[in-house]
Design a protein around this ligand. Structure first.
Ligand code: ZN
Length: 165
C-alpha cells in the first residue's frame, strides 16, 4: 500500500514533508493538535438537519434536499473526494439528479471540521457536478479554509489507514 495515495495530486515537496511526519511518528499528534473538536451528528436524522442548516445558510435557492444518510459502503476516495487531479466526476452528476447526499460513515467519528468540509463538498455538488473552478468557489464560499481542510482530511485518512495496516 502506498500510504500517500490520498495525497497523490499534491506537490512532491508537500508529500515529502508528510512522509517525514509519518517517519517521525508525528502525523497523529500534528492532526489532533489542530483538530480536537468532536461533533454530535450521530444519526441520519441529525445529519439531515446539519446539512439542511448549512444549506439554508449558504445555498438557500438551490434545489431542495432529498435523502441525507451516512453510508458505510461509501469509499471516501472513490466516491467522495476523487483524486484531486481529475476534473470530471461521475458522482456529482448523479447527486445533482437525485439530490441525495451520502456521507461516508468514517465522518461520524471524524473531527467536526472534516464533517463540515465533506458536507460543504457535497452541497456544492448540488450546483456544480464537476470539480471545476466554480465548484471550488462554492466550497470556499461556504468554508473559507476549504482547501486547507481538504488537505488535512487527506492527512487524517492517511493516518487512519496507517493505523489499520
Ligand atoms: Zn466531489
Amino acid at each position: 500500500m502506498d500510504p500517500l495515495k490520498y495525497l497523490a495530486g499534491y506537490p512532491p515537496q508537500l508529500q515529502a514533508k508528510v512522509r517525514e511526519l509519518i517517519a517521525q511518528g508525528r502525523l497523529g499528534e500534528v492532526l489532533s493538535a489542530r483538530y480536537s473538536q468532536a461533533h454530535a451528528v450521530r444519526s441520519d436524522d441529525q445529519l439531515y438537519e446539519y446539512v439542511q442548516a448549512l444549506k439554508d445558510r449558504h445555498l438557500r435557492r438551490s434545489v431542495p434536499l432529498g435523502k441525507v444518510v451516512y453510508d458505510s459502503k461509501l469509499q471516501v476516495m472513490k466516491h467522495a473526494l476523487g483524486t484531486h487531479t481529475s476534473i470530471s466526476r461521475v458522482h456529482g452528476g448523479k447527486l445533482k439528479a437525485s439530490r441525495e447526499i451520502r456521507i461516508a460513515t468514517v465522518f461520524r467519528d471524524a473531527p467536526a471540521e472534516f464533517l463540515q468540509m465533506i458536507v460543504v463538498h457535497e452541497l456544492a455538488h448540488l450546483k456544480e457536478a464537476e470539480h471545476n473552478k466554480a465548484f471550488y468557489q462554492l466550497c470556499t464560499h461556504m468554508a473559507p479554509d476549504y482547501h486547507q481542510l481538504e488537505f488535512d482530511l487527506r492527512l487524517y485518512l492517511t493516518r487512519l489507514e496507517l493505523e489499520q495496516s
